[in-house]
Design a protein around this ligand. Structure first.
Ligand code: EPU
Length: 339
């Protein structure tokens, strides 16, 4: 285990921001993680755990010990009902590698979450979701190391307090635990989720006759590749903002003024409005401001074309928040962690 000092984080964040970390080290097991946490140099600093670095915007050098999670390994045990399989993955596995493993073993439940960037350990923190499915739908439990005690603690679904891009690890438990493994409960007999219009359209386009986990995964990959920039080519962290939920009464007033406004009911009193639409209406879609800007195919994604600073991207994000608030009276909140 080597500890680097004043190390560049450029390769470790998908926004491609060139910030430095006071200390940088990798861990590949719980034992290595415990050892690092006991190291006096590490102990003297705040901690920042990075997996794929796909949900952070670094706006300054990080005065912290940055620990890169590389705990690997996937295993499975069948449940006695013969219909479900518990799959446990090391938290440092790449999320999409886990999806590919489940497709290989014909285990259903996370095929709609294909190609989401990041690691398995980061998935529960923000309850990743796409195309009608969220992590919480198949989540069984996770193990996390409690930083204060070095003990492994187990969390079931209820204890994780999942919400839309939310969990207890963004609230009460923030900064207190490091996820070391995640267990999902997957199906051997599948119920396919094609509720999302774009999936149906793509399956029809690809002339898929028989639904399968692989067909859905391929449709999702196709949609994502056509709309979202590949972080390996253009720096980005996926959706920069959450889709806001607003009171139904406010939605109806807006609908009278902007008949085209899309909205999805989340409860009898609230409606979720796509932030991408709000941002596009304010004229931001495809805007290029020097080295950064707003993606041309999805206004919810801010991009770094190369060489932008985190502060430039942050300033753009706040300009967008302000213009959406002025036009629609809705305040967007960032989904990405701004550090
Ligand atoms: N829209 C626009 N203009 C745009 C983008 C979107 O008008 O530039 C409107 C359209 O009405 C479109 C609707 O927004 O029908 C929904 O767009 P999309 O299907 O692209 O989904 P989204 O709401 O923008 C969310 C997630 C994505 C996830 C997709 C698919 C959030 C914050 N984002 O985006 O997640 O892939 O749904 O399920 O909930 C991520 O979290 O990083 C992410 C990419």
């Amino acid at each position: 285990m080597t500890i680097q000092r004043n190390a560049s984080l450029f390769p470790y964040n998908t926004f491609g921001i060139d910030a430095k970390a006071t200390l940088l080290a990798e861990f590949t097991s719980v034992e290595e993680l415990r050892e690092l946490l006991q190291n006096p140099e590490v102990k003297a600093l705040p901690l920042l755990i990075l997996g794929g670095g796909s949900n952070v915007l670094l706006t300054q050098d990080v005065q912290a010990a940055v620990l890169l999670n590389r705990i690997k390994g996937i295993s499975q045990t069948e449940e006695t009902d013969g219909k479900h399989v518990l799959v446990t993955s090391g938290s440092g596995e790449t999320w999409h590698e886990l999806v590919l493993y489940t497709l290989e073993h014909d285990l259903g439940g996370i095929e709609n979450l294909s190609l989401i960037p990041g690691t398995v350990g980061a998935a529960p923190l923000q309850n990743i979701g796409a195309y009608g499915v969220e992590l919480k739908d198949t989540f069984h439990s996770l193990e996390a190391l409690e930083i204060a005690t070095g003990e492994l603690v187990s969390f079931n679904r209820e204890q994780c307090g999942f919400g839309y891009r939310e969990s207890v690890f963004k609230r009460e438990a923030k900064g207190k635990y490091i996820v070391t493994s995640v267990t999902l409960r997957l199906t051997k007999e599948h119920t396919f989720n094609t509720s999302y219009g774009a999936i149906q359209d793509t399956l029809a386009q690809q002339q898929v006759k028989e639904l399968s986990l692989k067909a859905i995964s391929e449709a999702v990959c196709h949609i994502r590749r056509s709309k979202l920039p590949d972080p390996a080519k253009i720096g980005n962290a996926g959706s920069f903002f959450k889709n806001p939920e607003i009171p139904l009464a406010q939605f109806e007033i807006l609908k009278a003024q902007y008949p085209g406004i899309p909205g999805y009911p989340v409860s009898p009193e609230t409606v979720k409005v796509p932030a991408g639409w709000l941002i596009e209406q304010c004229g931001w879609k495809g805007k290029v401001l020097g080295k950064h800007g707003v993606h041309k195919d999805q206004a919810l994604v801010l991009v770094n074309y190369g060489g932008a600073t985190g502060n430039e991207v942050k300033a753009l994000a706040y300009e967008i928040i302000q213009s959406v608030e002025e036009k629609f009276g809705i305040r967007l909140t960032p989904e990405v962690n701004i550090i």
